[in-house]
Design a protein around this ligand. Sequence first.
Ligand code: HDE
Length: 699
Amino acid sequence: MAKTSKSAATNADLQVRRGNGGETHQVAEDGYDVLTTQQGMPVSDDQNTLKQGARGPALIEDTHFREKIFHFDHERIPERVVHARGYGAHGYFETYEPLTELTRADLFQRAGEKTPVFVRFSTVAGNKGSFDLARDVRGFAVKFYTQEGNWDLVGNNIPVFFIQDAIKFPDIIHSVKDEPDRGFPQAQSAHDNFWDFISLTPESMHMIMWTMSDRAIPRSFRFMQGFGVHTFRLVNAEGKSSFVKFIWKPKLGMQSVVWNEAVKINGADPDFHRRDLWNSIQMGDFPEWELCLQTFDQAFADSFDFDVLDPTKLIPEELLPAIPVGRLVLDRMPENFFAETEQVAFMTQNIVPGIDFSNDPLLQGRNFSYLDTQLKRLGGPNFTHLPINAPKCPFHNFQQDGHMAFHNPRGRANYEPNSWGPEIGGPRETEAGFRSIADEPEGPKQRIRPESFADHYSQARQFYRSQHLIEQRHIADALVFELSKVETPAIRVRVVSHLLNVDADLAQTVADGLGLRTLPKAASPMVQPRDDLPTSDALSILKNPPGTFKGRKLGVLVTDGVDAALIDALKQAVDAAGAVMELIAPAVGGVEASDGTLIAAHHKIDGGPSVVFDAVAILAGEEGALGLLKLPPARDFVADACAHYKFVAFTEPAKKLLAKAGLPDDLDDGFVSLATADDAKAFIAACGALRFWDRPDGA
Ligand code: HDE
C-alpha cells in the first residue's frame, strides 16, 4: 500500500550527538542518526517524492528529492587516464637508521621514525571497472606525509619503462588502450595497435621482456616489488648529491600466477587483488615491504655504456647492492574508497628537501603531467585541501580562493612582502627550504635523443637470460599468446625481427609458436647489442623463492563424511605457517563430518575454484567423493590445480575425483596423500615451494 505521510514526530524528539571528529549528529529516539539534507534539514520521508495527490504529478517544490538526485547525477569524476583501476591502503614507513650522510630528507633523519603513508596499487591499461589480473604493469604509488611536506614516490612494479621520452607517452598509452573505432579490447595488450606501436619502437624491448614475464601477472600486491624507475637524487645538508634508485621488496617474497590461471581468476574473482589486500589487512596480517636504495655517484654512472638517465635501463643488484633503509607497513584500509583511493592525487613533483629530480626526460615530462591530470580529475586547484592529499605537517602560503577552498589565509595579509608583522603578516620563506640542485645544463636547445640512449636490446637480452628456464618459457608463451591475437601478419613478423636481437632461441620459439615458416631478418639495431652482460639472478622471481607458505591461502574441498580431525590438523599446520585456509563444499551451508559435526563452508564449489588458492586439498568421505564426481566444477577444481602446478593433498576416497579429472594413476610428488596430522604438516611444508614446477603437463 502506498505510504502517505509519517506521523508527526517533533524537533523535541531529536537530540544532538557529537561524533568522534567533533561533528554533531542529530539522533532520533531509536538511536539512529537522523537523515538530513546536505543543509542539515531533518528529512521526514525518503521513500516517496512530493506529489499532488497520491498519483502525481510530482512537484518541483520537493527540494530534498532535487538535492538527492542532483548529487547522484554528479557522483562520478573522470577516471584516471592511466592507472584507472587501483586500490589503496594506509600505513607507515619506519626508518631503520639515519641517512644523514646521504640526504637531509627529514623522514630519513631518525632511527625508528614512523612516517604516515598512503599507497595505491593499480593496473595501467584497463578502465576503472576492469579485472585485476590483466597482463599489465602495476602502479606502486606511495605518498609519504613527512614533517617537511608530502613526498610522492610514484612507481611501478617493473623497474624500466616502454619509452625514453615523455612526448611518446600519449602514443604508447593510446596504443595499449581499447582501439578507438571499436572500443575494445579492455585491459589487454594482446591486440594490433599495441604491438604495432611496440614493433615500431625498439626502445620498448626491455620493458616488453618484463611485461611478457610473470612480473606482469602478480599473485597479489603483497608479493610484488616496486621501483621508482627513474634515477633520482639524494642531497645532504652540505648540498652534496648522489644518484639513487628506489626499490621496494616485499617481505613475503615475490609470487606470480600462471597465465591460464590469470584468465580464469578474472572470471572467478575480478577483484582478486583488491580482495586479497582488504582481507589481509582486515585479518591483521599487515603486508610489508623494505625500501632499498641503490646509491651511486657520477663516476659509477660513467662506468656504464648506457645512460643512467635512460628509463629503459636498470642497474643490476649484483653490480650495485640495494640497501634496505626502512620498512613500509600497510595496516589500515580507507574508511571510504572514493574519498581516499579515488581522490588521492599522486604527483611526481611532490618532493621534499633532501630529494631531487634527475634529468631523466621521462621524469621531467611526468613532473609536467601530474598536476594537469589532478586539475581535470578533481575539478579545481584546491584538490590539495582534500584530507587524503593535504600534508600532515603545518602548511602556510598566500594561495587563496578557487573552487572548494577549505584553507584560505587567515587575517589581512594575502600577499608578501607585507609590513603587518609576524602575528598577521603570514608566512615567510626559510633558508632551510627546498633548493634545486645547482645543475649546469649545457648545449644548444634542440629536440634530440642522446646517443647514450641508443642501445635497445642489451638489457632486454640480459633480463631474458637471467630468468629461470620456466620463466623463459612463460615469456615465450606470452609473446605467442599476445601475437596470436594480432591480426596483421606484418606486425607479428616485425616483433620477431626485434626478438632476434634479444635472443635467437626466443625468436625461434616464438616464430614456431606463431607458425611463421621463415624467420625474418633481425631489425637493424642502432648499436650492436652486447652479448657479454652477466646474468643477474636478482631479476628472476623463481631464483629467489620465499620457501614459505606464509601469507598464502589453502583451499580445502570437503564433503559429507569428512574426517573432522584431519581438517583440524590441516588448519593447525596452516595457522602455524602463517597462512589462511578456506573450505569449499558442494553447498555453502557446509558438510557433516564423520563424527556428526556440522562444518560451514566459505564457498560453494562453483564460486570457489582452485585458481583462487595457492594450494588445495580434497578431503572427501566415501559417499561424498562419489557426489563430487558428478560436479563439473569439482573436476575443474582438480584439473586446474594440476595444470597450474599446485600442490594437491587428497584423502583416499578423493582419488576417484582425481581419476575422473583425467589425472594419471602415477601421481607426481606434488600430490600428497593425506591421512594423519603428520601428513598435514608435511603437506604444508611442501607448499612452501609454492608450485610443483616439475609437473610435466602443466598449463
Ligand atoms: Fe604515470 N601518470 N606517467 N607513470 N603513473 C599517471 O596521473 C605520466 C609513468 C604512475 O595511483 C597520471 O594521477 C606520464 C612511469 C602511477 O593515482 C598521469 C608519463 C611510471 C600512476 C600520468 C608517465 C608511472 C600514474 C594519470 C611519461 C612509473 C597512478 C592519473 C612521461 C615510474 C598513480 C594520475 C595513482 C598516473 C602521466 C609514466 C607511474 C596522466 C606523462 C614511468 C603509479 O598524470
